[in-house]
Write a protein that binds this ligand. Structure first.
Ligand code: ZN
Length: 150
């Protein structure tokens, strides 16, 4: 059942596409057949139904194709058991990790003075507006009457 996920997803995408179109055609057709002035609504339902089924199945189909491609690269084995692909995956994962940690350092700014700082600490901060839980640099912690979270 789960051996050929890529292929199954592609089939599922086709089924969703077909049933989505069929359903919108049936509903639209029924509205038109009633002849009660719902023709415009019927046409809108048909068009949006076709578009929605196309777009949702496109995404699923593309993902299925991607999985099939990965599987063909690994010679039918799981991604992690192929040294070649797992090497690629590891280097991508490492790159993402590095990018993420860069982002964390760059975006770690004190909530009070907005200075970049990697020694931020969580604190309870009270002012005229009320009490908030924020991350502050050691300087602001001293200067703005912040309290440690007990
Ligand atoms: Zn600060």
């Amino acid at each position: 059942m789960f051996e050929n996920v890529g292929y199954s997803l592609k089939m599922l995408a086709k089924i969703i596409f077909a049933t989505g179109i069929a359903a919108s055609l049936v509903i639209g057709g029924m509205l038109i057949a009633q002849g009660m002035g719902y023709e415009l609504m019927a046409i809108i339902i048909i068009i949006s139904g076709v578009l929605c089924s196309y777009m949702s199945s496109l995404l699923l189909y593309g993902f299925g194709e991607l999985l099939e491609l990965v599987k063909s690269l690994t010679g039918g084995k799981a991604v992690t058991s192929s040294p070649k692909v797992s090497g690629v995956v590891k280097s991508v994962v490492n790159r993402v990790k590095i990018t993420n940690s860069d982002a964390i350092v760059n975006t770690a700014t004190c909530d009070l003075c907005q200075k970049s700082d990697n020694t931020l600490r969580p604190a309870r901060y009270t002012d005229a507006v009320g009490t908030r839980y924020i991350k502050v640099c050691p300087e602001c912690f001293k200067n703005y009457n912040c309290e440690d979270l007990a």
